[in-house]
Design a protein around this ligand. Structure first.
Ligand SMILES: C[S@@+](CC[C@H](N)C(=O)[O-])C[C@H]1O[C@@H](n2cnc3c(N)ncnc32)[C@H](O)[C@@H]1O
Length: 267
C-alpha cells in the first residue's frame, strides 16, 4: 500500500465506496449492527472501518447520546470515511494495537476486516480488551470461495489469464470461511463462548464489467496490483462467458453471498 500517495489511496478508496460498497458491504451493516445489539447511548468501536459503511449504520443507532469510533490502517479509506461520516471519531492504526484503554466500549464490531489482518488472533484479543464487561463483539467474515462460485470463477480467470498472484489476492477475502478453523482461531484468541452463525445475502452488480472494475479500481491497487486496459478487457471478456449463469435479464450480475457472523459477550 505504501507505494501509493495519499491522493492515490483516497482515489482507490472512493472507488471502493462507489463500486464495491453497495454491491457487497452495505447490505451487511444493519444486520451486523442488529447482531451487536446496539442501543441508543452505546459507545461503539468499528474495527477496520474502511470508508465507514458500518460505522455510519452504527452511528444512526447510538443516536446523540452515544458515540462511535472507527479504526483503520489505510489513510485513504479514512479520508473517504471522514468525508462521508462527519462528526465520527476516526483513528489510523492497526487492529492489532487499538489506541484505547481497557473496558471502553459497549460493543465492538468489524465487517470483513479479519481476513486482511496480519495477526488476526492479536486483533481479536485487542477487541476483547477494549470491550466493557458485558459488552458485545460482532464480526462478519465471508464464507469460503467454494460457497461463492462467482468469485471462485473470477479468481480462476485471473490465475489463468493474468497472474497466479492476482487470483490468490482475490481469494484472500474468502480465506476464513472454514468454521472449524474460525472456531479454533477464536478459541486461541480467548474469545468467550463465541457463536458462529451463517447468514445469506445477495450481491448485485450492474454488469460483469462493473463487477471486474470494482476489484480492479476499488482495492487491487492497495495490494500492489495495477492492471492495464488490455488485461482488464481480457478479464471482462472471459468473465462475460464464464459468469453467464449469474447474469440477470437486465444485464446485471447477481449471486448468493453466505457470511459468517461471530458474536460473543465479554464476561
Ligand atoms: C474489505 S475492507 C472492509 C471495510 C469496512 N469494514 C466495510 O465494511 O466496508 C477491509 C478493511 O480492513 C482494513 N485493514 C486491513 N488490515 C488492517 C489492519 N491490520 N488494521 C486495521 N485495518 C485493517 C483495510 O484498510 C480495509 O479498510
Amino acid at each position: 500500500m505504501s507505494h501509493l500517495s495519499d491522493r492515490e489511496l483516497e482515489k482507490v478508496a472512493e472507488a471502493y465506496e462507489q463500486l464495491l460498497g453497495p454491491a457487497l458491504f452495505e447490505p451487511w451493516a444493519d444486520r451486523l449492527a442488529d447482531a451487536a445489539e446496539i442501543q441508543p447511548g452505546h459507545r461503539v468501536l468499528d474495527v477496520a472501518c474502511g470508508t465507514g459503511i458500518l460505522t455510519r449504520a452504527v452511528a444512526s443507532r447510538v443516536a446523540d447520546t452515544g458515540a462511535v469510533s472507527g479504526v483503520d490502517i489505510n489513510p485513504g479509506m479514512l479520508a473517504v470515511a471522514r468525508r462521508h461520516s462527519p462528526g465520527i471519531e476516526l483513528h489510523q492504526g492497526p487492529a492489532e494495537a487499538l489506541p484505547f484503554d481497557n473496558d471502553q466500549f459497549d460493543a465492538v464490531v468489524s465487517q470483513f476486516g479479519l481476513t486482511f489482518f496480519s495477526e488476526p488472533d492479536t486483533a481479536l484479543r485487542e477487541m476483547k480488551r477494549v470491550l466493557k464487561p458485558g459488552g458485545h463483539l460482532a464480526l462478519a467474515v465471508f464464507d469460503s470461495l467454494d460457497k461463492l462460485p462467482a468469485y471462485a470463477t473470477l479468481a480462476s480467470i485471473y490465475e489463468r489469464l493474468i497472474d497466479p498472484g492476482v487470483g490468490k489476492a482475490l481469494q484472500r477475502p474468502f480465506s476464513m470461511g472454514d468454521t472449524d478453523r474460525l472456531a479454533l482461531l477464536l478459541h486461541e484468541a480467548d474469545i468467550p463462548a463465541p457463536v458462529i452463525l451463517t447468514h445469506e445475502g445477495t450481491a448485485h452488480f450492474d454488469s460483469i464489467r462493473n463487477m471486474v472494475l470494482a476489484d480492479v479500481r476499488g482495492w487491487f491497487p492497495f495490494a500492489g496490483i495495477e492492471l492495464g486496459e488490455s488485461a482488464i478487457e481480457a478479464v471482462v471478456h472471459e468473465a462475460s462467458k464464464e459468469l453467464a449463469a449469474f447474469q440477470t435479464s437486465h444485464g446485471g450480475v447477481e449471486f448468493k453471498v453466505p457470511v459468517h457472523f461471530i458474536t460473543a459477550t465479554k464476561a
